[in-house]
Design a protein around this ligand. Structure first.
Ligand SMILES: Cc1cc2nc3c(=O)[nH]c(=O)nc-3n(C[C@H](O)[C@H](O)[C@H](O)COP(=O)(O)OP(=O)(O)OC[C@H]3O[C@@H](n4cnc5c(N)ncnc54)[C@H](O)[C@@H]3O)c2cc1C
Length: 404
């Protein structure tokens, strides 16, 4: 009988183990004391399991190597994931933007459903068991060696060790080492879906301020690579929040990057200028610094007053047309210079990983070592927020498990 060892009890590993069970005996090896530690914290503890979008949108939300996912996505798509979880006893609901969550809003219910399914299928689960290395003989895997020296023999080994972000959850990048040791290329690793650090010191002044309904552009070398509308947040080091995390997927470390915030995206430049004229007429006798309450939240007023270059003590009626128009341009293009991103500890995902050129997209089997498979975030695949990263884990895990 075919024997499969799955390394890593995250979403990719649990799905791979469930899918592999049909073809023989399966052992799921997890170094933590429980399964799905990262899954537990996903979606702020609610677990955005997938996205209910059509296939085209699923692919469009994958940032790196979308084409590689063709067989995986078509073989086990978002509908299949939802059916799988519902059948295993986890009821789901779809929210704004197609985001799918458990009805209970508890990620623990997703994990419990997967555990029930693994138990029902008779998958052997080994917790507190850390794989040290993968054994290979004559170009084929023969199993794994655990920390402490015990050997687990297997005809197939599926590496589902995740990325290297949020390493406290157990995703410490061991799979990259396994891949290198067995002759695979690993593409450079970067934190992604991660906050930005910026040069401008005023961010600190605005720390804690959340801006809703703004638009954000990311420029690299002067070229716009991302534009989005939504919510962002100022922190002691720079900026964070949904818009910023998405923008980070388009950032390349070391590149000259600029963020431009449009604080009034609903108004074009002319409309904004008319609004400023009106505001300035109403506040004609006030000092400039005391006239901005209707335009910005309190924390941003001193910042905008200073960046405008207009004397803050100046009476509003003395502000020139040029000054007002330049102020309008600032409101629509508030600049922040990106100096880098936060580290892997704060990154939702890892960009880079096991090169997809070394892996067969129809099976997830290595092209270098027979019987060795890779699935989930350990691969050089990443997507935007909205449930798409978990869909990658479910789809590639299922395909790897199901291919024998
Ligand atoms: C805060 C946060 C929120 C997120 N929210 C969402 C969301 O709502 N929706 C979404 O789609 N994505 C979300 N993601 C991303 C998503 O969690 C990951 O893409 C997904 O967990 C990757 O699954 P995986 O199975 O490949 O790896 P992981 O979930 O990282 O699992 C890998 C497992 O392998 C184990 N392991 C590692 N090395 C070894 C070894 N040597 N021996 C044995 N076991 C080992 C680890 O302990 C771990 O349990 C979020 C990520 C974070 C950090």
């Amino acid at each position: 009988m075919m024997r499969t060892v799955v390394i890593g009890g995250g979403p990719a590993g649990m799905m791979a183990a469930a899918a592999a069970r049909a073809g023989g005996s399966v052992c799921l090896v997890e170094k933590n004391e429980k399964l799905g530690k990262k899954l537990f914290i996903t979606g702020k503890g609610r677990c955005n399991v997938t996205n209910a979008a059509d296939m085209e949108t699923l692919f469009a939300n994958v940032c790196t190597n979308a084409k590689f996912l063709y067989s995986a996505f078509y073989g086990f798509n978002n509908t299949a994931v939802m059916e799988f979880l519902e059948k295993a006893g986890c009821r789901l609901k779809t929210e704004r933007g197609g985001r799918v969550f458990p009805v209970s809003d508890h990620s623990s219910d997703v994990i419990a459903a997967l555990e029930r399914e693994l138990k029902r299928l008779g998958v052997e689960i080994r917790l507190h068991a850390e794989v040290e290395r993968i054994s290979v003989s004559n170009g084929k895997t023969t199993g794994v060696i655990l920390k402490g020296g015990a050997a687990l023999k297997a005809d197939r080994v599926i590496v589902c060790t995740g990325g290297i972000s949020y390493p406290v959850t157990g995703s410490t990048g061991d799979g990259y080492r396994f891949a290198r040791e067995t002759g695979h290329e690993v593409k450079a690793l970067f934190p992604s879906l991660v906050p930005f650090e910026v040069r401008e010191a005023w961010c600190r002044q605005a720390m804690g301020l959340s801006l809703k309904n703004v638009s954000l552009r990311l420029l690299i070398g002067g070229r716009r690579v991302y534009e989005g509308f939504g919510e962002m947040l100022f922190t002691h080091f720079g900026v964070s929040g949904p818009l910023v995390l998405t923008a980070s997927s388009y950032y390349r470390q070391g590149s000259e990057a600029l963020l431009l915030i449009d604080l009034k995206p609903a108004l074009d430049e002319e409309q904004l200028d008319r609004r400023l004229v009106r505001d300035f007429e109403e506040n004609a006798k006030k000092q400039f610094k005391n006239s901005l309450g209707g335009l910005f939240p309190a924390k941003l007023i001193p910042v905008m007053a200073e960046l405008s270059g207009i004397d803050p003590e100046k009476k509003v009626c003395e502000i020139s047309r040029q000054e007002r128009q330049a102020f309008g341009r600032l409101i629509k293009n508030l600049p922040l210079t990106v100096t880098g991103t936060r580290g892997f500890e704060e990154a939702i995902i890892t960009r880079g990983g096991v090169s997809v050129r070394d892996v067969n997209p129809s099976t997830m089997e290595s092209k270098k070592v027979g019987g060795l498979y890779f699935a989930g975030e350990v691969l050089d695949l990443d997507a935007l927020t909205g449930g798409f990263n978990l869909q990658i884990a479910w789809s590639t895990g299922y395909l790897a498990g199901n291919s024998s």
